[in-house]
Structures are given as C-alpha cells and as structure tokens.
Design a protein around this ligand. Sequence first.
Ligand code: GDP
Ligand code: MG
Length: 178
Amino acid sequence: SPSANGPFTVVLLGDSGVGKSALASIFAGAADSMDIDCELYGGDICEQNVMVDGETATVSLLDTWETQDEDSCSQERCLQSGDAYIIVYSITDRSSFLRASELRIRLRRVRQADHTPIILVGNKCDLVRCREVSVSEGRSCAAVFDCKFIETSAAMQHNVWPLFEGIVRQLRLRRDSA
Ligand code: GDP
Ligand code: MG
C-alpha cells in the first residue's frame, strides 16, 4: 500500500507552450532521476527521489498531457491517473489562464469528491513586461477552485523546487489523514 513517501504520480496539465516540459526538465535534471518511456501514456515520465523536510519521497512526474488524443478516452485516463495535479498557465497568455480554469472544472468532474492535491501554477513570471494575468487574479482563481497557487519561472529556475516540495507536502498530509 502507498506510504506517506510515495510512490506518487503527479500529472502536468495545461495549454501548449506554457512551460510544462521546461518544468519537467528541471525536475528531471536533479540527481538520480530515471526517465521512463511509458507506452501506456505515450509521453515523458520521470521518476525521482526528492528530499523534502528531511525525508525522501518518490515522485513520478508525467508530462504526457499534450500527447493524448483529444477524441479518445486517453485524456480522461490522464485525468484519472494522478495522485496530484499541476495545472500550468503562462502569466503572459490570458487564454492559457482561462484554459487552466476549464481543466480544473474537468478535473473536478472526473475526480468527484476526493481531495486530490491540485496546484495552479502561473509560469513565466520572469516576463514581467508581457504579463497579462496579475498575481491577485491567479491567487483568487485558485481560491475559487480550491487549490494551491504559486508563480514560477522555469527559465530563471525560480520557485520550481518549492512547487514540487509543496506537492509532496500536500500528498503526505493527505496520506497521513487517509
Ligand atoms: P509546454 O508546451 O507546456 O511543454 O511548454 P515548453 O516547456 O515547451 O515551453 C514553451 C516555450 O516557453 C519554450 O520556448 C520555453 O523555453 C519557454 N519557457 C518555458 N518556461 C519559461 C519561463 O519560465 N520563462 C520564459 N521566459 N520562457 C519559458
Ligand atoms: Mg511540452
């Protein structure tokens, strides 16, 4: 049975171009990672041991969302396969922010009434002059949709590890109370 230290499956969701693969490659760049070509999902999966609060947790990060065929049930499977979800938008692209809300609604439909950890991520926060979504809009969207919120910059490696650590903490809390 799954312990408080995993293995946990964490799924990246979000529009094309928002930085999902950039975040995934920072995750994969840490020591002793293992890239797995998984035929079931047809995309990139990286399994990693991460040290959080003095304890090691095993996380499999799935960057497989965009390889799913929209007309098939594979997207639904993707929405059902996670222990936690990272919904990414770009702060420079309002349409990706609206898309993030749609994804949150879809996720809620598929994962009714369970307390799956979800974090809304406003990526590309280094691009201050191109900002289309304010921090407070991101924060209040997360409040409405009952999830955590963080702004990151994969380019500057800003807040990326706090993002993954936050997910592990949420997963542990949930396992502890299960
Ligand atoms: P994906 O389609 O969601 O996987 O997005 P990618 O990771 O492929 O990123 C799309 C583009 O945005 C690439 O050119 C990245 O280099 C760029 N990008 C990703 N994250 C950031 C970021 O935090 N800041 C900036 N300035 N560019 C980024
Ligand atoms: Mg990608």
